[in-house]
Ligand binder design. Structure first.
Ligand code: HXC
Length: 524
């Protein structure tokens, strides 16, 4: 006799479904959830609940499990396969997300795990919505061997295909070791949480010790502070888990959902023609005196709100998002409070990447200039300032978004060009009366131009002083360049915001075309 299978009624099926979902929502189980909390970490679902507007999260592939059977994986299958994926609303806008679940097989990445992330990317690209990845994982799932590595390939490919199409934000909310660090690195922004439970490195302390004999702690090798200050890998440090979500939401508020959209306009209530209070007092005309360019930025943007990117790294270059008359802008500015605002390798890398992000996502660029030039010295030359410095030139020249430059004080040499000038494609270039535009600073220029005269002089110091005074009279002002038509207008410092707002309004529908090509070859 064959047994007949009688299907239970719907209420029973629903009951069963609920029980299965409850099991899935428990991830790796109560004990592992407690262990996660004991480390000060939230679970994947708790994190997603903080990210999305209440009740808007839609999970996909909830019941997906690993296909692998090796090393007993078939017996320890967990619904979800170590990652929670889906979409929801963040402040009313559609956002996709994946959150690795460390409680479930250590959040490790195997074939199914990777295919869930790929699914989210596929949908995000189809509809044009940002992807937020919350990383908390033991890396490639050892039991899945080469299949797990293949899975990373799938994720990296998805990251690259989405690059420049939809914004990608990573929250580093756990460990990342080995090649697993490269998915975050391929996204646009990394927000990393401070604390012992959060670190990322290609090679951990144990192997570092064996191979190099170097003793270093997890945090000193790959903690948030190190990556935000020394390596430049991390764009924002979060004080805690909640802070990482707050930063993500703030960042999203400046970004369009995709490369076909304009960034979100916000009525900030700050008048476009507001004069910039006390701005003259912030910038010393004596070029030897450093000042913090952020003080100019705060006065330029709506309500002083500026979201600085990579704030603690390469501080001679300040980059970040703000709004002018409600419209999002990307600001690139020199800061003489650090390294005298010379552009070194890190500063150039930082600016170039930011410029390219803004260009990819239709965010107009404002340059605020006060730089003595590219950084000299063997250290910089040996590390390739030629190669790295070229990135800024490339990025500005390539960008087709509106580009407005304001020369605040010094603008010398290659750095003058790198900060975006007319011939490189700036739409408008303004100067304050304090601007100095020249091939090189007065001291260096005089020593080259009058080398022989100085050598033959009986009082070389007096001669140098005299020649410097002559040089300054000619170039230590914006008018020589303005007479040559290289400056569109010399403006009063207090009017900078008003002038930028007008320029951006005029440039709103700017169209600029490029020859079709597969892609350019930015110096890397
Ligand atoms: C399988 C793993 C795992 C892994 C952790 N687990 N990492 N399972 N493959 N890679 C499991 C553990 O067995 C454990 O299972 C659970 O996840 C939690 O791990 P714990 O070790 O208990 O947690 P903790 O003490 O917090 O330590 C976390 C850790 C450690 C530092 C990440 O687990 C670790 O060192 N894991 C190995 C990391 C690694 O070598 N990954 C490969 C990197 S190379 P139970 O059942 O006990 O809960 C890589 C290549 C990517 O990722 C290639 C891309 C190109």
């Amino acid at each position: 006799m064959t047994a007949t299978f009688e299907k239970p009624d719907m209420s029973k099926l629903v009951e069963e479904l609920r029980a299965l979902k409850a099991k899935a929502y428990m991830g790796g189980g109560e004990e592992r959830v407690q262990a996660q909390h004991a480390k000060g970490k939230l679970t994947a679902r708790e994190r997603l609940n903080l990210l999305f507007d209440e009740g808007t999260f839609n999970e996909v592939m909830t019941f997906a499990t690993t296909k692998a059977t090796e090393f007993g994986l078939d017996k320890s299958k967990v619904y979800g396969d170590g990652v929670v994926t889906g979409w929801g609303q963040v402040e009313g806008r559609t956002v996709f997300a994946f959150a690795q679940d460390f409680t479930s097989i250590g959040g490790t990445l195997g074939e199914t795990h990777a295919s869930k992330i790929a699914k989210v990317y596929e949908l995000a690209l189809k509809v044009g919505a940002p992807v937020v990845g919350i990383n908390d994982s033991g890396g490639a799932r050892i039991q899945e061997g080469a299949v797990a590595l293949e899975g990373y390939g799938t994720v990296f490919k998805a990251n690259v295909m989405a690059s420049g199409v939809v914004p990608q934000i990573t929250i580093m909310a756990g460990p990342a070791a080995g090649g697993a660090v490269y998915s975050p690195a391929l996204t646009d922004f990394i927000i990393m949480i401070k604390g012992d439970a959060y670190y990322m490195f290609v090679t951990g302390p144990e192997i570092t010790k064996v191979v190099l004999g170097e003793d270093v702690s997890f945090q000193d090798l790959g903690g948030a502070v190190i990556h935000a200050t020394k390596s430049g890998v991390v764009h924002f440090i979060a004080e805690n888990e909640q802070d990482s979500i707050n930063i993500t939401k703030r960042l999203l508020s400046y970004l369009p959902s995709n490369n076909m959209e304009e960034p979100p306009f916000m009525d900030t209530g700050d008048p476009a023609d507001r004069e910039m209070k006390d701005v003259e007092s912030v910038v010393p005309t004596d070029t030897v005196k450093p000042f913090d360019m952020r003080e100019v930025i705060y006065r330029t943007v709506d309500n002083g709100e500026f979201m600085e990117v990579q704030k603690h790294w390469a501080q001679n270059m300040v980059v970040g998002f703000g709004r002018v008359a409600g419209n999002v802008v990307g600001i690139v500015a020199n800061n003489s409070a650090h390294l005298g605002a010379a552009i070194d390798i890190d500063a150039s890398d930082k600016a170039a990447r930011f410029i390219r992000f803004c260009d990819a996502f239709n965010i107009p660029l404002i340059s605020l200039v006060d730089t003595p030039g590219y950084m000299p010295g063997t250290d910089q030359e040996y590390k390739g300032i030629i190669r790295h410095g070229a990135k800024m030139l490339y990025a500005f020249a390539e960008a087709t978004v509106p580009k407005v430059t304001v020369v605040v004080r010094r603008s010398y040499g290659g750095a003058h060009i790198a900060m975006s000038i007319k011939s490189l494609g700036a739409d408008l270039i303004y100067a304050w009366p304090s601007a100095e535009i020249a091939v090189t600073g007065p001291e260096g220029a005089v020593r080259i131009l009058y080398r022989r005269e100085i050598q033959n002089s009986k009082s070389p110091d007096d001669l140098i002083k005299e020649r410097i005074a002559e040089y300054k009279k000619l170039f230590a002002n914006p008018y020589w360049a303005a007479e040559k038509g290289l400056i569109d207008d010399v403006i009063e410092p207090k009017d900078t915001r008003k002038v930028i707002a007008s320029a951006l309004k005029m440039l709103k529908n700017k169209r600029e075309f490029r020859y079709p090509k597969k892609h350019g070859n930015i110096p890397l």
